[in-house]
Design a protein. Structure first.
Length: 409
């Protein structure tokens, strides 16, 4: 189940980047579950990772290898992603398996093993089936390609409980030259911002300074992946990687940097929203916009308090215009000196709350009509300042419970 129609976009070639997939049978037979991304020797790679204290073994190793590559002024050449097993909560044996994964790819490709970054997603607490994983690398490497089809296969190869592949792409004009930005992501459950809540791999052919690239990644994360939530659970394996191959136009000057930033932000938001549209059991795509906040942090706190309320989320699923649940969630947000008389709440074009209570113009019929929609917006005006924040979330359905009750079977 997913909200809205989605067609995987046509992806332009990113010069200096190839993707390959294989069926390693890590959890299920006859499905793509191993992806390799190869970057050119001159490429630059930056990333952001989960802040979960129980971060998975591949996160530990990917951080180490990325730092080592950066310190040496060398490129991270291969990103390796497996699904079906998170290699998280696996202690020292899990670290050994993550390093062995990198060593095997390094042996097959002739690169330093520190130039290989591992990523895993799937069931927590189980050992990786290393015999099957390692046996899949030759096929994945043999299938490396730079076509749109290769991007689509890779997007399918990183899925777990997702129901569809997620991709986004833009091509930007920079004077007489152009650059492209492609991205894929996965995520459906265990989605809550704390860096980024999923796996995402974004690449561009732009030539751009590493420090600027890293800054742009973290800046755009704050307004995309860090603004989504399905269930309030931060994964042990979250990572978002940005690769610049340097084979295209050089991004220099404030105007070009701003144009690139806007293009990257568009890709990141599209990928983030695609995760919410494909949230586990989701039937609604919900935009929560908080305005007139004293700070952006305050706006986010209010938005996430509403987005994480089981009562609000189940009302959304039932298309029940029980606006009191929204009001109650706003009222328990961590906001000091809350003057409820200044707060207004709108459900789509329908005013729910003003002057501390139900709006005089509100009717149950109008509220129910908005709640019946597949895409819903909730606007909360705090009447406290000039800052704003937007969060995207989904409803909570019977299917969410079923998917997670049966996840390990």
């Amino acid at each position: 189940m997913a909200v809205g129609q989605a067609r995987f976009p046509d992806m332009p070639v990113i010069d200096g980047l190839r993707l390959g997939t294989a069926m390693a049978g890590i959890k299920k037979a006859q499905r793509s579950d191993l992806v390799v991304i190869e970057a050119a020797p001159e490429a630059r790679v930056v990333g952001a990772f989960t802040r979960n204290a129980f971060c998975a073994a591949p996160v530990v190793v990917a951080r180490e290898h990325l730092a080592a590559s950066t310190a040496r002024g060398a490129a991270a050449r291969y990103l390796v992603i497996n699904t079906g097993n998170a290699n998280a909560g696996t202690g020292a044996p899990g670290l050994r398996d993550a390093r062995l994964t990198c060593a095997e790819v390094a042996r097959l490709t002739g690169v330093d093993e520190r130039a290989v970054l591992p990523f895993s997603t799937g069931v927590i607490g189980e050992a990786l089936p290393m015999d099957r994983l390692l046996a899949g690398f030759p096929d994945a490497l043999a299938s490396l390609d730079d076509t749109s089809e290769a991007w689509h296969r890779a997007a399918e190869g990183i899925l777990t409980t997702d129901t569809r592949a997620k991709g986004a792409s833009v091509t930007l004009s920079l004077g007489e030259a152009s650059v492209s930005i492609n991205g894929i992501s996965k995520g459906s459950g265990m989605i809550r911002p704390d860096m980024a809540t999923m796996l995402a791999f974004v690449a561009t052919d732009a030539a751009i300074e590493p420090s600027l690239l890293d800054g742009l990644l973290h800046e755009t994360l704050e307004h995309s992946f860090n603004c989504i939530t399905v269930d309030g659970d931060t994964s042990t394996n979250d990572a978002c990687m940005l690769i610049a191959t340097g084979r295209g136009a050089r991004v220099v000057g404030e105007d070009q940097i701003e144009r690139f930033r806007n293009g990257l932000q568009r890709v990141m938001i599209e990928l983030a929203q695609a995760i919410i549209r494909d949230g586990e059991g989701a039937t609604k795509f919900v935009t929560l916009h908080v305005s007139s906040a004293a700070s952006r942090r305050e706006g986010l706190d209010v938005a996430f308090t509403v987005a994480h309320s089981p009562l609000v989320k189940t009302a959304l699923y039932a298309s029940d215009a029980n606006w009191g649940r929204i009001l109650a969630a706003v009222g328990r947000a961590p906001v000091s000196d809350f003057d409820v008389s200044r707060v207004s709440i709108d459900l789509g074009e329908v005013r729910l709350v003003e002057a501390g209570g139900r709006a005089l113009t509100y009717t149950e019929e109008a509220g129910s009509a908005v709640m019946a929609r597949e895409e819903i917006s909730i606007h909360i005006d705090l009447g406290r300042g000039e800052e704003a924040a937007t969060v995207w979330t989904s409803d909570l359905s019977h299917d969410y419970v079923s998917i997670n009750a049966d996840y390990r079977s």
